[in-house]
Design a binder for this molecule. Sequence first.
Ligand SMILES: Nc1ncnc2c1ncn2[C@@H]1O[C@H](COP(=O)(O)OP(=O)(O)OP(=O)(O)O)[C@@H](O)[C@H]1O
Ligand SMILES: [Mg+2]
Length: 267
Amino acid sequence: MNLRGELDLVRAMVERLEAKADDSDPVAWANARLDGFTLAPWQERVMRDEATRISLKCPRRSGKSTVTAALAAYESAVRGVPSVIAAPSFRQSRWLADKIEQMLRGELVQRSANRMTLTNGCEVHVLTSNRDSGRGAGGSVYLDECAWLDPATITALIPATASDSRFRLVMLSTPGLPRGAFYESQQDDSGFSVHNVTVEDVGHYTDLEQLKRDLGARYAVEMECEWMPAAAGVFAGADIDSMLGAFMPVEASEDETQSELLKGFGL
Ligand SMILES: Nc1ncnc2c1ncn2[C@@H]1O[C@H](COP(=O)(O)OP(=O)(O)OP(=O)(O)O)[C@@H](O)[C@H]1O
Ligand SMILES: [Mg+2]
């Protein structure tokens, strides 16, 4: 082999080693696949958290669905761990599925409404709360906007993590009322690795002062991540309903579409 041939061989070996090094680092893997930005330090901490139970309380628009998609895509594509992701509305679960698809390169064999099959045989299920129990699917469970998921859906999905020590439970949300599975996961003795993300941790907000004026009393919950006052407290029931509405703009037509799409999944 001449010198040029040897150089090409060495270059190919270095490239292979670099690709392998990237794969072993979930942050490098995700950053190489995100379009137009890289993960913020708080998102990097989530990607590198090896705990089997993780709970994240985050402001609105902070990037929690992005990091959920990145983690699920990485775990499934690189570590071969199947993922089950649930979000409260069809719009949110479709966004997650699209984001995961964007992050997979050549690893995706097939995508049907809310199930993806990867080249390594792993499956990623993206479900909508209140519509689908996810029964029959095993893997790491990611609950996006967990405080707003139907409690019965949470209870039905958690056993999916039981059959393999690599399977994890990750709950992410803006806060809701101070009760339920997400609230419990945030408590000191919950056994969860708890992350509390603040607006200061998020680098991409443009005008928080304007947002504060726009949101009024809701700013404390949606951006400062304070637990929502109980119905008997500061807010009247109607206000709490409208807060929930702000978080969960489920459109009837989308729900109908989801219902159609779920036919035949056998989940
Ligand atoms: N590290 C980042 N740097 C810059 N932009 C980001 C980053 N992470 C996410 N984003 C962008 O911020 C926006 C919100 O991200 P995402 O939907 O993941 O947040 P979210 O907390 O799930 O929002 P929501 O409260 O609406 O559910 C998206 O446009 C996303 O591309
Ligand atoms: Mg989101």
